[in-house]
Structure formats: structure tokens, C-alpha cells
Design a protein around this ligand. Sequence first.
Ligand code: ADP
Ligand code: MG
Length: 384
Amino acid sequence: MSWAIEHVIGAFREAFDGEPDGVWTAPGRVNLIGEHTDYNEGFVLPFAIDLAARVAVRVRSDGAIRLFSTAGSEGVAKLSASEVRREDARGWSVYPAGVVWALRERGIRVPGFDLVLDSDVPLGAGLSSSHAIECAVASALNELTGAGLDAPELVLTTQRAENAFVGAPTGIMDQSASLRGEAGHAVFLDCRDQSVELVPFDAPGAGLVTLVIDTRVAHSHADGGYASRRAACELGAEVLGVKALRDVALGDLDEARALLDDTTFRRVRHVVTEDQRVLDTVQALRTAGPAAIAPYLDASHASMRDDFEISCDELDTAVEASRAAGAIGARMTGGGFGGSAIALVPAEDEAGVRDAVSAAFSERGYRAPRLFTVSPADGARRLA
Ligand code: ADP
Ligand code: MG
């Protein structure tokens, strides 16, 4: 049994006495390419990473729910037996509570349980530590209740938990990566019909490291910038007479330029070209391997910086410094206005790139970035 499994079981014994019924895990994710395409019914290409949440769970007969995380000092959180309500869920317990609520909404009888969370997904680094929790809890309860939901159903259940219980207007990318990812692969997701194809992305096998550079500049989904970008996309689709920007082809852009104001046009151009970059990246991975996607990462960053205007100095610094020090491609990832960038780096250049990025941040007086290397890993599953 691996150290990680023993650790969460040990923590369970300490918090609740006795043995858990089982241990489940779900990973965080990185989006390789496809930014602000999800709500335009387009394409995204995330992958599940080798940093994950693990939950040890034991069913209780009295209906009570007790939650404990090995991180933080909140102690054991308790939730009411029969009815899980948003206003009763404090801190991270909102995520398991949301999953319980969404499963019950589907008519699944969820019993009480004791749960210990042990996660090595860093919080707030754009690696979706919150979805890792939700997907691990959903996988555990799916099995313990005998509900037997398949992966697509679990994706929709955790999305419902996020949207209607937690109150975050998120799509299905993060859950799809966490629940459906596979080692050595990226998850090619069509956000219109929610279909998934696994695409080979064996970066380590190609001698490449995916470096995540967390700028530690705060951003949030509620940000006005995010809302205004969504609004611009909706306006663009309406003026162009399509259901979503997914339906605009590259060849339609000339015509679009004549119909839209300059700002809206550039927002539209980002989405349309980004969808194409996802398709090109998938094609490159299938035919030529991980190194061949580097130019699409660079072009994606330029498009977000210049057309969608959601980058910032810290993200540009992360991208430029890593490229100058040997990264073959780099881009900001996530919603923008801070958060993280990713860089594809030859393994032998990793140390140099790390040093160069840290030095560039220090020179500009920015807070030191957090740096992580991640590789494509298996999605949610039972461990013990
Ligand atoms: P991220 O991009 O990492 O998902 P979020 O703000 O969406 O950032 O989620 C971070 C939240 O997830 C934290 O505020 C906390 O409530 C919860 N969280 C993540 N990991 C843990 C953990 N190990 N223990 C307790 N709570 C956690
Ligand atoms: Mg999150």
C-alpha cells in the first residue's frame, strides 16, 4: 500500500477511530489549451495531473455527516443528518455537502458518513483543488450507495453541485478531466455535446516537463472581466446570427470584422482561433507528439493577451521568462487576470527555467511565484 493511502487511513483512524470502508482519489487538472471556449460551446483540452485529493470514507448508520481535512485547523465539521443546506456548510465542507445535495436531488439515498480529506493539490493555484475534492467525494458516494452512475453522469452531478449548491457558474471541463483523465493522455472535450476523446500526451516520455507557474495574483470567477468577456461573446454570436461562437468558422472572420465593433471582433477572433488551436493541438499530438504543440501554446497566449485582453504583467512575465530560458512553448491558463501559466520545458532545462522565472519576478518586485511540475495522470478511482 502506498504511503499516500496509509497516510489518509492513518488520519481517518485518528479523527474517527476505526477503519474506513474505502479510499477514493480524484486529481486536479491543468488546461493544456482551449481558454474561454467552454461557454462558447467549443473545445478544451485539459489533463488530469499527478496531484490529487484522497478521501477515506465510512458509512454511518445515524445519518450524520462528519468531515475532517488533514490541511488546516478547522477540526471536524458536522452537517445535519437529514437535510444538507448551503447555509450550514462552512469552509471546504461546502464541496462534499454540494455533492451529497446533488446526489440526493437525483433521487439517490445518501447515508451519513465520516470522511477524511487528504489532498496534495495546492489551493487556489488554478489546479482545481476544489473539483478534486468534489470528484473524490462523488466517486466514493457513488460506490458506497451503489448508485452506479457512469463518468458522464458524475460529471453532471458535480457540475450541479458547483452551480446550484456552491454557487459557482462553472462548466464541465474540470470535472471531466478529473473523472475521465488517463495517464499519458489529455482529455479532448467538446463542450457542445460533452463528448470526450482521450488524446496521447506523454510529455515525460518525450523528455518534456509541464511546469505550472502560479503568479499568486488573485482572481475570481465573479470578476467583472470574466463577465464582460462572456457578454462580448454573447453579443458577437447574436450579431453574427449563430447559436454560439463555436459556429463561426475561421473563414467567417473577415465578414465578422465588418459587422462587429473592434473590441467585440477581437473577443470573437480569440474564441474562433482558440477553437482551431485546440483542434490543431489534438492533431499534432496524434501525429507528431508533445513537442509539436509548442507553437499553439505560444499563439494561444498571444491571442489572450492581445485579442481577449485577459493577461496581466505577471502572466506575461512568466511566459516570456520561461520561453527565454528554454521552454519550447508557454501560455497563461485559466480565466485570466492572474492565476497560473504553463510552460512546456525540456527536462534538462527545468532548473534553468525555474530560476529564470523566479529571478524575473524578483527583479520586477512581484511576489515569488509558486512552481509545480505536473504530468498527465489517471482520473478518479478507488485506491483501497
Ligand atoms: P482552486 O483553483 O484550487 O480550485 P478554489 O478557490 O476553487 O481554488 O478552491 C479552493 C478551496 O478548496 C479552498 O478555499 C478550500 O475551501 C478547498 N480546499 C482545497 N483543498 C483543500 C484541503 N486539502 N483541505 C481543505 N479544503 C481544501
Ligand atoms: Mg476551484
